[in-house]
Design a protein around this ligand. Sequence first.
Ligand code: NAI
Length: 303
Amino acid sequence: MSEVRFDDRVAIVTGAGGGLGRAHALLLASRGAKVVVNDLGGARDGTGAGTAMSDKVVEEIRAAGGEATANYDGVDTVEGGESIVKTALDAYGKVDILINNAGILRDRAFHNLAPEDWDKVQAVHLRGAFCVTQPALRVMRQNSYGRIVFTTSAAGLFGNFGQTNYGSAKMGLVGLMNVIKIEGQKYSILANTVAPLAASRLTEDIMPPAALEKLVPELVSPIVAYLCSEECTETGSVWSAGGGYYGRVAMVEGKGVFVDPSAGVTIEQVRENWGKIKDMSGAEEFANANAEGMARIFPHLGG
Ligand code: NAI
């Protein structure tokens, strides 16, 4: 069986100073990628900063015979994003792979959530992905090659108490991917999103030790790396991974119902049709917004 390799590929992994990002960086480097190990080096709530976390991972990669360069910028500013990409260009001349992984938590029930805790979590996860992906994608377009992975969460895909700031930012990343998959296609830039579950400082106090022991970050990295490989042509999907489980998560739409609107539609007609409106049998995925409209709404408009 041939090995999946990343020789001559340049990868940026954000938030790679620990947890999942570290595991992704180590795996890519072990298969030949030159890796920019970005990490702000702060606390789990996004406060503080330091160089030790990135430096340590770079040392680990080099000790194992791989190539890596540290970057300490925050992903959540335009300057930070540009500097992260510049680190890759200065050290290795290009960017082939971007794994948007940096993240923080500031959990609070919505009614008690402070605006600054909404803003900071949105800034790191969603704005951070914008700030790093835009300059990286510009380089990828020039080279007509790119693999981008975003990191979402079950908290956004399905919901989790106390995580409105985090969950909404994580769903925002799915929307970002959905459009980048379309804009990147012509340039062989593929985008996917991973929803991981792993033991890290973000999850160490919310799951039992026995589960955490089995949820090592190294079990998420193989699917992330595969999505970053040249041979993988998937784009625009969400992949759930944790503890050895790997599966696809999708947004689907039921067949719905058409109610003749010529005399207007009443609330009661909606009520009468509720079973059909809600029914998910025959649900489908759509490649883009236009395909959804063409399949569900436009056929009923006539003309
Ligand atoms: P982690 O805390 O070990 O890793 C996140 C890293 O991002 C940290 O090293 C941190 O210093 C860095 N970081 C934070 N703000 C930054 C900024 N502004 N710029 C650059 N780096 C910054 O936690 P973990 O679990 O490895 O998280 C990685 C990603 O996976 C995050 O996006 C997280 O939301 C996501 N995730 C993790 C899950 C899990 O079960 N561990 C579940 C779902 C999603």
